[in-house]
Design a protein around this ligand. Structure first.
Ligand SMILES: [Fe+2]
Ligand SMILES: [Fe+2]
Length: 199
């Protein structure tokens, strides 16, 4: 994701989140992060189940499931290397708040586009959080790991936006994306206080 695209997120994360919150509890960050990857894979599976007729989407999601589970495995490897054990899944309040923005009525196209944009939004914010982590964390191995993941999540973000544009017939994707960005900017204001990826 280019600098400019990241900046489309209306509120950047304060790097002090890394210094003051994350670094004091890396174990918690890693457990939460592992489950973010699992949830990204689960979301891709749900998209396949809901849209079996959209062949390009099914192909992309099948690849995405593999990639997100590879990320999961790599986070889990780091957890084990450091002598930790994966904790239980952490609630992701940020994602749950974002999910409320997905349209409930509005027909099949509107629901599909919203689900794709919701997914793009999480990839975009995760990408931004990984960037802030990679640039600020006092741990060279994690800095390198988060840099690599930042690039990967940027690719996922672009893929979801591309799919939304491909499958939109009536809906103005750019206009809806702007609404998502504005909503996300309100939601994220209350975060940056805990040692979770979207915390
Ligand atoms: Fe990932
Ligand atoms: Fe991703």
């Amino acid at each position: 994701m280019s600098e400019k695209t990241i900046l489309k997120l209306q509120l950047p994360t304060d790097p002090l989140w890394v210094k003051n919150v994350v670094e004091s509890n890396i174990e918690e960050l890693l457990t939460d992060h592992a489950f973010c990857e699992q949830k990204a894979a689960s979301n891709a599976i749900t998209l396949i189940v809901q849209n079996p007729n959209l062949s390009e989407l099914v192909q992309e999601m099948a690849l995405l499931v593999q990639e997100e589970m590879d990320h999961f495995k790599r986070v889990h490897d780091i957890i084990l290397e450091r002598g930790y054990i994966l904790g239980r899944e952490r609630k992701d309040n940020y994602v749950n708040e974002l999910r409320k923005f997905i349209i409930t009525g509005g027909g099949r196209e509107a629901q599909l586009i919203d689900r794709l944009l919701f997914s793009a939004m999480i990839e975009a914010r995760s990408c931004e959080r990984f960037k802030v982590l990679s640039e600020n964390i006092n741990d060279s191995k994690l800095a390198e790991f988060y840099h690599e993941l930042m690039i990967s999540e940027a690719t996922h973000y672009s893929m979801f936006i591309r799919l939304a544009k491909k499958y939109a017939e009536e809906i103005d994707v750019e206009a809806r994306w702007k609404q998502f960005l504005a909503y996300e900017a309100q939601v994220i204001q209350n975060y940056g206080k805990s040692e979770t990826i979207h915390g």
